[in-house]
Design a protein around this ligand. Sequence first.
Ligand SMILES: *[C@@H]1O[C@H](CO)[C@@H](O)[C@H](O)[C@H]1NC(C)=O
Ligand SMILES: *[C@@H]1O[C@H](CO)[C@@H](O)[C@H](O)[C@H]1NC(C)=O
Ligand SMILES: *[C@@H]1O[C@H](CO)[C@@H](O)[C@H](O)[C@H]1NC(C)=O
Ligand SMILES: *[C@@H]1O[C@H](CO)[C@@H](O)[C@H](O)[C@H]1NC(C)=O
Ligand SMILES: *[C@@H]1O[C@H](CO)[C@@H](O)[C@H](O)[C@H]1NC(C)=O
Ligand SMILES: *[C@@H]1O[C@H](CO)[C@@H](O)[C@H](O)[C@H]1NC(C)=O
Ligand SMILES: *[C@@H]1O[C@H](CO)[C@@H](O)[C@H](O)[C@H]1NC(C)=O
Ligand SMILES: *[C@@H]1O[C@H](CO)[C@@H](O)[C@H](O)[C@H]1NC(C)=O
Ligand SMILES: *[C@@H]1O[C@H](CO)[C@@H](O)[C@H](O)[C@H]1NC(C)=O
Ligand SMILES: *[C@@H]1O[C@H](CO)[C@@H](O)[C@H](O)[C@H]1NC(C)=O
Ligand SMILES: *[C@@H]1O[C@H](CO)[C@@H](O)[C@H](O)[C@H]1NC(C)=O
Length: 434
Amino acid sequence: MEPRWSPRGPLRLPRCSACLLLLLGTAGFFQSYAVEVDVKDASNATCLYAQWMMSFLIKYETNSSDYKNATLSLSSNVTHDGSICGNDTQAALLAVQFGEGHSWSVNFTKTNETYQADFITFTYNTNDTAVFPDAKRKGPITIVVKDTMHPVQLNNVFVCHNTDSIEAENVTQFFWNLTLQAFVQNGTIGEKESRCDADTPTSAPTVLPTDANITTASTTTLSPAPTTVPKPVENPDTGNYSLKSGNKTCLLATVGLQLNVSQDKPLLININPKTTSADGTCGNTAATLRLNDGNSRFIDFTFVVKNASANVRRFYLKEVNVTLLNHINGSVILSADNNNFSKWDASLGSSYMCRKEQTLEINEGLQIHTFNLRIQPFLVKENKFSTAEDCSPEVDNFIVPIAVGAALGGLVVLVLMAYFFGHKKHRNAGYEQF
Ligand SMILES: *[C@@H]1O[C@H](CO)[C@@H](O)[C@H](O)[C@H]1NC(C)=O
Ligand SMILES: *[C@@H]1O[C@H](CO)[C@@H](O)[C@H](O)[C@H]1NC(C)=O
Ligand SMILES: *[C@@H]1O[C@H](CO)[C@@H](O)[C@H](O)[C@H]1NC(C)=O
Ligand SMILES: *[C@@H]1O[C@H](CO)[C@@H](O)[C@H](O)[C@H]1NC(C)=O
Ligand SMILES: *[C@@H]1O[C@H](CO)[C@@H](O)[C@H](O)[C@H]1NC(C)=O
Ligand SMILES: *[C@@H]1O[C@H](CO)[C@@H](O)[C@H](O)[C@H]1NC(C)=O
Ligand SMILES: *[C@@H]1O[C@H](CO)[C@@H](O)[C@H](O)[C@H]1NC(C)=O
Ligand SMILES: *[C@@H]1O[C@H](CO)[C@@H](O)[C@H](O)[C@H]1NC(C)=O
Ligand SMILES: *[C@@H]1O[C@H](CO)[C@@H](O)[C@H](O)[C@H]1NC(C)=O
Ligand SMILES: *[C@@H]1O[C@H](CO)[C@@H](O)[C@H](O)[C@H]1NC(C)=O
Ligand SMILES: *[C@@H]1O[C@H](CO)[C@@H](O)[C@H](O)[C@H]1NC(C)=O
């Protein structure tokens, strides 16, 4: 039996005879390909279907003992050996192999109503000299990461056009343009669609009536912020973000963010809180808030605790890491990291607040402007911010003496000048009288 595609469904999935098609096959070494895997059961009916794009940013140690970031994208020679349909007792497995000994897989489990991605296993081979020319250790490295996908209703196809990322063990995995259905029944894909959270706010059209509209729709998706007409000086909207540990909030942040990217020409990008999701890690002495703006922009803020004196402990912002990807091929446009900050300093157990605009200089090419900031990365109680330590008094303490000093200095200069010119004028006047 050949897979049946719902003819008037929202998705126009191409028929797959070779079971693995490579789309977007334009040449280019790092070109990211759309992978399509169509796994069939014993009766030739589709039981697991996925089409997606992905790329990896991998930090590795070089032979000169520093660290470099490499981008690994899918090449044309992708296979899908070992993929499994799965059933009530056995997990489904989507597995692909690509390039010089790299492989990636994810398993899916089901309940009576839902299916869900479980663990991602990724193996990259630092023997691949095209990607890791100067790797210190050569050979395969495997990492396993828990997937963060929410459960999807059985018989629903999961669609996510926005970029999502998972960061673990020196590897950031990026996924976008995803269409997926596990535990497909009767070979029928896409009867109903589940969208990821990131797609819904921009309400991308789910039904594309004509081919002309498809073209329009995809051009719109490619432009980074279709709803915002460029208005560079407008301040960004303020977003509320939080992290949970179990069911307790462990990190709280309120902030409006604006990136100032100066590559070829300066570009101000406002981060839209409506499409931005937060994840990261909480801890007793270190915490990371990772924001994903749904437009292939990732900003990591890392906070640490220090002992100010024997029994006074404070936290501060230590590191900011920004990654901007090309929305189409997943290549890295910019990856900037500064782990030398000591900003946003406040005592442990309180929150740090700064309503006025502040600038974090990540490197020569990138600044982040923050607005209406309030952050508490540690010891959040009852889902609420604790007492705020405000940046303005601190700054005032610093500014006031300088201002007073400058004013006094100015006054002295004025008095001296008045005195000098006064005398000079007087003398001149005197001379003229002769
Ligand atoms: C990705 O696409 C951009 C243009 O859209 C191009 O400039 C860039 O070279 C591409 N990168 C890779 C690695 O293919
Ligand atoms: C499944 O389809 C393939 C080709 O599409 C065919 O060669 C094979 O015999 C079919 N198997 C069954 C069990 O129908
Ligand atoms: C599930 O699949 C496995 C292997 O494909 C098979 O051995 C097992 O009998 C199946 N279980 C059910 C309940 O179909
Ligand atoms: C590191 O590896 C590169 C590529 O193999 C090589 O050209 C370079 O000489 C090596 N450097 C050191 C310090 O071994
Ligand atoms: C990951 O990076 C850290 C340094 O940041 C290094 O110590 C560690 O060995 C790296 N792990 C792998 C698997 O490369
Ligand atoms: C699959 O087919 C069976 C029998 O043909 C039917 O009872 C069932 O409702 C179908 N399931 C779906 C999801 O279409
Ligand atoms: C953010 O939180 C503040 C205080 O809890 C609230 O007043 C504000 O409406 C929230 N903003 C959004 C966009 O949810
Ligand atoms: C953006 O960054 C550039 C270079 O760092 C700087 O010259 C420019 O003033 C910044 N623009 C804004 C609006 O902050
Ligand atoms: C800071 O103080 C805590 C206890 O107050 C102690 O456990 C920790 O080791 C100290 N850290 C440093 C770096 O001194
Ligand atoms: C910064 O983030 C990128 C991707 O998210 C990651 O590859 C890189 O290792 C990070 N750098 C540091 C120093 O954490
Ligand atoms: C997403 O995939 C579709 C094909 O399903 C393709 O036409 C489109 O260009 C892709 N979009 C991006 C941003 O890669």
